[in-house]
Write a protein that binds this ligand. Structure first.
Ligand SMILES: C[S@@+](CC[C@H](N)C(=O)[O-])C[C@H]1O[C@@H](n2cnc3c(N)ncnc32)[C@H](O)[C@@H]1O
Length: 229
């Protein structure tokens, strides 16, 4: 199974020898590749919708894998898992806030996990903040570009650490430290987004009176500074 760069970046973060789950698996490509690449000994591929569930079953069948290697399950979030059944959970291609809702809604499963690998489509700042507020910390991050869009991949492990600043939560604390080649592109995209919010606020007196206006203004300035490194 050949993965595109985005899914391969998730696979790269999966610990060797893990028992993993891919929640919101859709086609099941990541789950199958984790077995084929020898990363995981067992993978649960979960999806709450029947179409993707059937597609994942087909992918597993076509790749001649057994239920003991990839178990495809229909259900909401982590409810498809038993406590302690897996140590690593991957969630990709959903909003960051939905990811936090999925993690919060099954506390007995989440409590047994060691590693999270997350690729949010939006809300990465809120997701990073949630991780630090819930005794997780970020151990690695990467950026991938596909079709002109930048994707952030976050690897988190259990354990409380000091929460990074708001700007670091927006940019990605490990990305800022590692400075991968796509970082400038990533910060430019964040700056574009924040400037658009600021422009919208500048058109309304009420928004301009809100304390969020000052926050966004400071964030734009700070991102501009970061582009000068
Ligand atoms: C955009 S697709 C992403 C597929 C794949 N993870 C990827 O990144 O290529 C999102 C998938 O998540 C599933 N999904 C959405 N909410 C879910 C939930 N609460 N529990 C399980 N699956 C969910 C959808 O049915 C869909 O198949």
């Amino acid at each position: 199974m050949h993965l595109d760069d985005r899914l391969q970046a998730l696979a790269d973060f999966v610990p060797e020898g893990s028992r993993a789950a891919d929640i919101g698996t859709d086609h099941g490509y990541l789950a199958v590749a984790l077995i084929q690449q020898g990363k995981s000994s067992f993978v649960v591929a979960g999806d709450k919708n029947r179409g993707p569930y059937e597609a994942a079953r087909r992918t597993v069948r076509e790749n001649v894998l057994e239920e003991e290697q990839v178990s495809v399950r229909l259900g909401d979030g982590l409810a498809v898992l038993q406590p302690g059944e897996v140590d690593t959970v991957c969630i990709a291609g959903m909003g960051g806030v939905l990811m936090t809702a999925i993690l919060e809604s099954s506390p007995s499963i989440t409590a047994e996990l060691k590693t999270l690998i997350l690729q949010p489509m939006n809300g990465a700042m809120e997701l990073r903040g949630w991780l630090y507020d819930h005794a997780w910390h970020i151990v690695d991050e990467s950026l991938v570009i596909d079709d002109g869009r930048i994707y952030e991949i976050i690897k988190a492990e259990r354990g409380s650490r000091k929460k990074p600043s708001g700007l670091d939560l927006l940019v990605g604390p490990k990305l800022w430290r590692k400075k991968p080649p796509l970082l400038k592109h990533h910060i430019e995209a964040l700056l574009f987004q924040q400037r658009r919010i600021l422009n919208g606020m500048e058109k309304s007196d009420r928004a301009k009176g809100d304390k969020r206006f000052g926050q966004v203004k400071r964030r734009v300035k700070a991102l501009e500074e970061r582009l000068k490194w």
